[in-house]
Design a protein around this ligand. Structure first.
Ligand code: SF4
Length: 282
């Protein structure tokens, strides 16, 4: 769903340029009724999807921009609006580590007392240099503090991580599995670097200065990551997608189903599984 909020890394609160890989149009592919009030989006989306109406327990995912970047009273109104349909049992709030101040957590914590709440927080890279280079506008430490603050309220949290960011390494990506496991996140969403039109990466990519990972390389890196991830952490996504009209690179012609199949096949080929090479247990 679209909450109609902005992002502090774009609206001047924190910065104006946004993260270099970001064009929010790439996050809105599954949003059927953008720009409409949350209640209307929820009701119409459920009514228009035969698949959704077969499930009786639905989560509403607030995805584009930063969905905790508003006054607490406004956020409470938006979050509660998601429960306008009887099949909605929880919300998932996508946000940044620097937009989870105590008043916002109070709102989320109150909702979480009798409904499901998960807060998804973007880390994207374990490297401070990479975070600075991509204009994220927050640090790894801020991410860790945000996870701790959310967990202290008894709220689930998931981390977003990108493989292949400019200047990043496979070792950093793989090391994030242990880092996130140690922080006690409940889920991870992995994403390969892609270049979308209108993002800060478009021009450097056109100049040949940005390399995106190949499919086989990414499958391999995901397998490395999963081997070191606590088996209790849910893997909520293995790849990102973007509308064909704005996706510049890569064009793998593979979907999430193929990616899941190929990562599972790679683990089977190695004789390993999620957490099998994890050193610290939690
Ligand atoms: S990726 Fe998220 S935090 Fe970065 S500019 Fe886009 S909406 Fe803002």
């Amino acid at each position: 769903m679209e909450a109609g909020l902005t992002c502090p890394n774009r609206d001047g609160t924190k910065g104006t340029g946004g993260c270099v890989y970001c064009n929010n149009a790439s996050f809105t592919e599954g949003i059927l009724y953008p720009g409409r009030p949350v209640e209307e989006q929820v009701r119409r989306t459920i009514a228009s999807s035969g698949r959704l109406s077969a499930f009786r327990r639905l989560l509403v995912y607030f995805q584009p921009y930063t969905n905790s970047h508003a006054a607490p009273e406004e956020l409470e109104r938006l979050y509660l609006a998601a429960f306008c349909h009887p099949d909605v049992v929880g919300i998932v709030v996508g946000t940044r580590p620097d937009c989870l101040e105590p008043p916002v957590l109070d709102v989320l914590g109150a909702i979480a007392r009798d409904r499901y709440v998960s807060v998804e927080i973007g880390l994207q890279s374990m490297s401070e240099d990479v975070l600075a280079g991509i204009n994220r506008g927050h640090t790894v430490r801020e991410f860790a503090e945000a996870v701790a603050a959310v967990r202290s309220r008894g709220i689930d949290t998931a981390a977003h991580l990108i493989y292949g960011l400019p200047g990043d390494t496979r070792e950093n990506f793989v090391a994030a599995a242990g880092f996130l496991s140690g922080l006690g996140v409940q889920g991870v969403k992995l994403h390969h670097l892609h270049v979308v039109a209108g993002s800060g990466l478009e021009e450097p990519w056109r100049r040949g200065e940005v390399r995106v990972p190949g499919y086989a390389e990414y499958v391999d890196a995901c397998a490395d990551f999963l081997e070191r991830l606590c088996p209790e952490v849910a893997v909520l996504r293995l790849m990102g997608t973007a509308p064909r009209g704005i996706l510049l690179d890569p064009s793998w012609e593979k979907g999430s189903r193929e990616m899941s199949r190929d990562v599972a096949a790679e683990l089977a080929r190695r004789g390993t599984w999620q957490g099998s090479l994890r050193e610290e247990k939690r």
